[in-house]
Design a protein around this ligand. Structure first.
Ligand SMILES: [Zn+2]
Ligand SMILES: [Zn+2]
Ligand SMILES: [Zn+2]
Length: 240
């Protein structure tokens, strides 16, 4: 199982349009990016995409144009699903797995496209391309949202998606002892956003969950480049 961080940014992405802060200035000067967060998962020759970000077209081109066999939507926020239309006339529309609330909301917006939809209950594992996949509830009020746990031949990858640190106990159980935990870290320590973690929340959670390694994603332009554990667009991890 190989997991690639296709994007590590928040809803506006970095560089943010019109911004002259130091992170955005470095991004403009060097070409570094934090595209909107999504994960590409390869398993047994098939490709699962977790979230279809508005940067999907660019992310597919940069990652060698994989044919996507299935999609998971974590929640119905613009930065996590609006790129789905980019599959139109490029490849067959992939089947989408999600909790029913998210499928209904996003499915209505993409009502003009025909695609298979599979509602999945949280904490009910299902098999996909040799992996065991479990959606876990997170806390991103008021929007229903899920993280994702992937298990493959003894390896475990956890993704919180967008959440604050107040995770349900059952979710904490599922996210314990991951080989890699991929965490929402929207802002640095001096900011507190009710529906997201800041960097110390995320690194604290990685420690609490006894993660063997971790990467911060969904970082805004306020987060400095190259902080410890900060994810990089295009970075990959292979297990076992
Ligand atoms: Zn900026
Ligand atoms: Zn969100
Ligand atoms: Zn988001």
């Amino acid at each position: 199982m190989k997991v690639t961080l296709l994007g590590t940014g928040d809803a506006p992405g970095t560089p943010k349009i019109g911004c002259t802060c130091s992170q955005c200035t470095i991004a403009q000067r060097t070409g570094r990016t934090r595209l909107r967060t999504s994960l590409l998962v390869e398993s047994r020759g098939r490709h699962l995409l977790i979230d279809t970000s508005p940067d999907l077209r660019l992310q597919m081109l940069k990652s060698g144009s994989p044919r996507i066999d299935a999609v998971i939507w974590t929640h119905g926020h613009y930065d996590h699903f609006m790129g789905f239309g980019e599959f139109y006339r490029v490849q067959p529309m992939p089947k989408v797995f999600s909790i029913s609330e998210t499928l209904t909301y996003c499915g209505e917006i993409f009502g003009f496209l025909k695609f298979q939809r599979q509602a999945v209950a949280p904490y009910q594992p299902f098999p996909l391309f040799g992996m065991n996949v479990t959606l876990v509830k997170v806390s991103h009020p008021p929007t229903p949202a899920c993280g994702v746990v992937l298990e493959y031949e003894g390896a475990k990858v956890g993704f919180t998606s967008d959440t604050n640190a107040d995770l349900p106990p059952l979710t904490r159980e599922h996210l314990t002892a991951c080989d890699i935990l991929i965490l929402d870290a929207l802002v640095p320590a001096q900011f507190h956003i009710a529906k997201h973690m800041n960097v110390p929340d995320a690194t604290g959670l990685a420690k609490d969950m006894s993660a063997r390694s971790y990467r911060l994603v969904h970082m805004s332009h306020h987060v400095p480049w190259d902080i410890p554990g900060g994810g990089t667009d295009g970075e990959s991890f292979e297990y076992p």
